[in-house]
Design a protein. Structure first.
Length: 620
């Protein structure tokens, strides 16, 4: 949620700020704004709605400075209005600030400031930060009209941070210091791009692609003093730290649309490659197992694990549910799947041999991060499955696995989901080989995993057929998604995709559970989407399909190639290649992603930026 960009260097700031904000649109937002400094003149422009409206305003407003900050806001405190959009100014107009996160004690601080005579211009918690910095600057200067020094600004920022409770990633710009930006983070990511006589700041790496290959990830409770020719990182209220400059491992084509009309479609079709990337270097033929260099736990320790907890939110929770099936099937280890938003407030019994995996695409999901911290505080080993290098969860977990799916710009996750699933499949193989799977069983599993990207590529060939099916059902108000065993999570994820981007009500169920209530919804205007590839529960799901047909419900079936039995009963059929039962969900979800995409498109929805949703949910 929300996006931050900043620039200081020799070029005009606003072109980079606008480009960077566009690259952060996937995070979700409802207003945007920029501020720049030209000498001592601070220009601020804000707009409600899409970046294009902000860009249109900037064409008629002068922003000539080579230092600036920008922001996309997803409304939390206060409605989506121009008044509440960032950047926010302090009362004397000397300080501008952009901020991601939530300040939990903002009401108390606001009341204190109002009692001191401060007048607020917005309803946001962010303005509290700007006003506090202004207050501390006034207290530190004998002459309130005197120019602010670098030391005074840094001291005022640090004094303000001491009073904040909650999370923040923020960048501060001061009218009196046109050669300086101050950035700080706690629980909300910030990355600094290192250029030649210029520096860039952003809430993730996407805006930096094409501008620099050198980046510095700020850690929690670090503060960066950023100038065109220098970067100093220090602990908040402490000494300077030696920051590590890393290479930005993202190519420009990964964040550009190319020839695709939407990021979601581009990312759906990238899945064969993203699956190969997730498996690259991790399948060991010599030992017939998967290998993970980042787990940071010895095999001897992992053999002692007798319970695994998978925690996640949204789409990642569906991947976790599949992970439960996979790990229990291959490794025979009891697995529990927990919504992170619930786990963080529960006190479930966990013995000494319990291992937690936190599963997240962004690595910044607030509930998942809080759940990980709570379990870690109790002394249990914590591992992460994550796509974003340097993210908060990746830094705080004891170890983990990166997905290597590449940037996922569309808000509705597609390639990150299937990459999570294949990583969980490899972990199931790894734990299985540690325990009871034979060499031959491990080798067979490796061969099946290696065949998976080509099977997904084959499933993608149904795109035109799926589009035609979408045209038939685009006006339906309700859908049921039904699958069993490994494809029950597929039903949940398929339903979520339709809800997310087309705003159509859809529910996923285990197919047999239909008789226990949902069958009451079946009528001629409610399609049922069955995931029914060949496998051990095929006949059971077929019986459920026949029950729907007997009640006049239209059926869309995702089934195996050449399955005439399903074709004879279903109204519409989407064929997918045969795959081993444990990997079939990674193939079967592909046409459901395409179905959601095409229905949303036909309904006139914004498939990449669905209403009210954000890619990285950083608030509770």
């Amino acid at each position: 949620m929300c996006g931050i960009v900043g620039y200081i260097g020799g070029d005009l700031a606003t072109p980079f700020l606008l480009e960077g904000l566009r690259r952060l649109e996937y995070r979700g937002y409802d207003s945007a704004g920029v501020a720049s400094l030209d000498g001592s003149r601070m220009a601020v422009t804000r707009a409600v709605g899409r970046i294009e409206r902000l860009a249109a305003r900037l064409e008629s407003e002068e922003h000539l400075g080579s230092i600036g900050i920008g922001h996309t806001r997803w409304a939390t405190h206060g409605a989506a209005t121009e008044q509440n959009a960032h950047p926010h100014l302090g009362g004397r107009g000397r300080v501008a600030i952009v901020h991601n996160g939530v300040i939990e004690n903002h009401q108390q601080l606001r009341q204190q400031l109002e009692n001191a005579g401060v007048t607020f211009q917005s309803e946001t918690d962010t303005e509290v930060i700007a006003q506090l910095i202004e207050q501390h600057l006034g207290a530190s200067a004998e002459d309130v009209d005197a120019a602010v020094t670098q030391e005074q600004l840094v001291s005022a920022v640090e004094a303000t941070l001491k009073r904040l409770q909650g999370t923040y990633g923020l960048v501060v710009m001061c009218r009196d210091l046109p050669d300086l930006l101050v950035a700080a983070r706690l629980g909300s990511p910030l990355v600094v791009g290192v250029g030649r006589h210029e520096h860039f700041i952003a809430s993730d790496a996407a805006p930096l692609v094409g501008h620099t290959e050198k980046i510095v990830y700020l850690a929690d409770r670090q503060l960066a003093i950023v100038k065109a020719d220098s970067l100093h990182v220090r602990e908040q209220h402490g000494g300077r730290v030696r920051h590590q400059v890393e290479r930005l491992a993202v190519e420009s084509e990964e964040v550009d649309l190319g020839d695709c009309p939407h990021y979601m479609l581009k990312e759906i079709f990238e899945q064969p490659d993203s699956l190969r990337n997730a498996m690259r270097g991790r399948l060991d033929d010599n030992d017939a197992t998967a290998v993970f260099g980042g787990l940071n736990l010895r095999p001897q320790q992992l053999r002692q694990i007798d319970r695994i907890v998978l925690t996640a939110c949204g789409t990642s929770w569906h991947a976790a549910l599949l992970g439960e099936y996979l790990i229990e099937e291959l490794a025979r280890i009891p697995v529990e799947v927990e919504y992170a938003s619930e786990l963080r407030y529960r006190n479930p019994p966990m013995d000494n041999q319990t291992l937690l995996f936190a599963i997240t695409q962004s690595g910044e999901t607030a509930d998942t991060l809080a759940a990980l911290r709570e379990v870690k505080r109790k002394g249990h080993p914590t591992l992460a499955i994550c796509n974003v290098i340097g993210s908060s969860i990746a830094q705080e977990a004891d170890g983990g696995v990166y997905l290597h799916a590449g940037p996922e710009i569309g808000v509705a996750s597609t390639k990150a989901y299937t990459s999570q699933c294949v990583v969980l499949a490899m972990l199931a193989l790894y734990f299985g080989r540690l325990r009871h799977l034979s060499f031959e069983q491990g080798q067979a599993a490796i061969e099946q995993l290696r065949a998976l990207p080509d099977q997904v590529a084959e499933a993608l060939r149904a795109n035109d057929q799926v589009r035609r099916i979408a045209e038939r059902y685009k006006d339906c108000a309700n859908f049921l998604y039904l699958g069993r065993q490994f494809n029950f999570p597929t039903a949940l994820e398929g339903a979520l995709k339709l809800k997310e981007i087309s705003y159509v009500h859809a529910e996923g169920y285990p197919a047999a559970e239909m008789k226990h209530g949902p069958i009451a919804l079946v009528d001629s205007s409610t399609p049922s989407v069955f995931i029914i590839p060949r496998g051990s529960v095929y006949d059971k799901v077929m019986a459920n399909l026949e029950e729907v047909k007997a009640r006049g419900g239209p059926v869309i079936a995702v089934c195996s190639e050449g399955d005439d039995r399903v074709a004879d009963l279903a109204d519409d059929v989407i064929h997918v290649p045969d795959a081993p039962t444990w990997l079939q969900p990674i193939v079967s979800i592909v046409p459901l992603q395409m179905l959601a995409y095409h229905i949303a498109l036909l309904r006139g929805c914004d498939v990449d930026k669905p209403r009210n949703l954000a890619k990285s949910v950083t608030v509770e």
